[in-house]
Design a protein around this ligand. Structure first.
Ligand code: ATP
Length: 258
């Protein structure tokens, strides 16, 4: 809870429908979910269960058919300034340099040129891209682009990070490396995260709680608290017996019919 007594994010009795070609699809139904200040929550579930839809509601891009989504107690009616998104596709501006992509939120925030330069330098260092500021996105590997996208989100410094399978397109090795770096940075930043993934191991390694959704219409099927101390080693934590037990429980829940 925040000082004001509200959760950072509170979703209550949410229902979302899509209409396409006279066909109604109920994407989400009866979804209740809270994310506290500084909490890392992952949502995992079968393809099409409404995970991205959930993020679209929180980012103000979709209006629910019923129920509410609130940030700090205030109902989301338009794009809230407290959220920052990281997608599977990095959404970098190809005509701008790496430094200028990261600079964008700082310009919007109204920082002076000198403050922007200092912050860009700090962020490039933070994501391991020192010396690449003058490169353009097309000159970077998938993992490097992901680092730029993360640096840009850290530059924006939102209260809630909304992450939709952000490491999805990366190869397994890069995915672990970036996951590790992201976890390390996040553990210092300590903001709320709502993280969508298909990967049980990634969800456990990163999160304070893992939410399992049912197939469409998406409902919350189960919730697991991750009782693993922080800071955590993103990879080695997988060998902890608590991790393995949780992985088994989540897998059992995901593969059960109900
Ligand atoms: N713009 C749209 N118009 C109509 N139906 C849609 C639209 N967007 C999503 N849907 C439907 O809503 C349901 C939930 O979609 P959503 O993208 O939220 O699922 P998801 O869990 O994120 O899937 P995945 O894991 O495959 O990315 C799906 O059945 C999808 O077909």
């Amino acid at each position: 809870m925040t000082e004001s007594g509200y959760s950072k994010l509170e979703i209550s009795n949410l229902k979302v429908e899509y209409y396409a070609k006279n066909q109604r699809t109920v994407a989400l139904e009866n979804v209740d979910l809270k994310v506290e200040d500084g909490e890392f929550v992952s949502v995992i579930g079968p393809s099409g269960c409404g995970k991205s839809t959930l993020l679209k509601v929180v980012s103000g891009l979709l209006t629910p058919a019923a129920g509410t989504a609130r940030i700090d107690g205030k109902e989301i009616k338009e794009i809230p300034e407290q959220v920052g998104m990281v997608f599977q596709n990095d959404a970098l501006l190809p005509w701008k340099s790496v430094a200028d992509n990261i600079r964008l939120p700082l310009v919007i925030k109204g920082l002076s040129k000198q403050q922007q330069d200092e912050e860009v330098k700090r962020l490039l260092q933070m994501v391991g891209l020192e010396g690449f500021g003058h490169y353009h996105p097309k000159q970077l590997s998938g993992g490097m682009k992901k680092r730029v996208a993360l640096a840009r989100t850290f530059a924006y410094d939102p209260d809630i990070y909304l992450m939709d399978e952000p490491f999805g397109p990366l190869d397994a090795q890069t995915r672990v490396k970036i996951g590790e770096e992201f976890l390390h940075i996040w553990e210092n930043v300590g903001k709320s995260v709502l993280f969508i993934t298909h990967d049980i191991e990634e969800a456990i390694a990163l999160s304070d709680r893992v939410i399992v959704m049912s197939a469409r219409p998406g409902r919350i099927k189960a919730e697991f608290k991750v009782n693993l101390a922080r800071p955590r080693p993103f990879y080695d934590i997988r060998f902890d017996p608590v991790f393995k037990e949780l992985q088994k429980e989540i897998w059992t829940q995901m593969s059960s019919e109900e």
